[in-house]
Design a protein around this ligand. Structure first.
Ligand SMILES: [Zn+2]
Length: 118
């Protein structure tokens, strides 16, 4: 045959649009292969959330530059970077508070499953 069609499989990140060829076809990658993205949600399209609320924070110039650099490193906008970090901290603090409440109002050790609870 003088002419042969070549097909190749590649993945496409729905978060950063990065495309890459898989090392093995057997299993799907867990994260985006783009080192700047590395999103575990690369198969899910970004949800369209109305971002029409403003949150004003005052920072020093040097502090802002640190945030800008970090956002650049992560490959996302400064706004997304700040929003994602704030969300992570909010979730973590809420989880910690809930754990604290569980520990404080623990009725008896038998009601809880075995474990040291930290
Ligand atoms: Zn990506």
């Amino acid at each position: 045959m003088y002419k042969q069609q070549v097909t190749s499989t590649f993945f496409h990140c729905l978060r950063c649009s990065y495309e890459w060829h898989p090392k093995s076809l057997g299993k799907e990658p867990k994260v985006c292969a783009n080192p700047k993205c590395h999103s575990p949600y690369w198969k899910e399209p970004r949800r369209e959330v109305a971002l029409d609320e403003h949150l004003e924070i005052r920072v020093g110039a040097r502090e802002k530059q640190v945030f800008v650099n970090a956002a650049e490193l992560a490959g996302i906008s400064l706004s997304s970077w700040v929003r994602e970090r704030l969300r992570q901290v909010a979730i973590k603090e809420r989880e910690d508070a809930e754990q604290l409440l569980r520990d404080r109002f623990k009725v008896s050790e038998e009601d809880e499953e075995a474990g040291d609870g930290g």
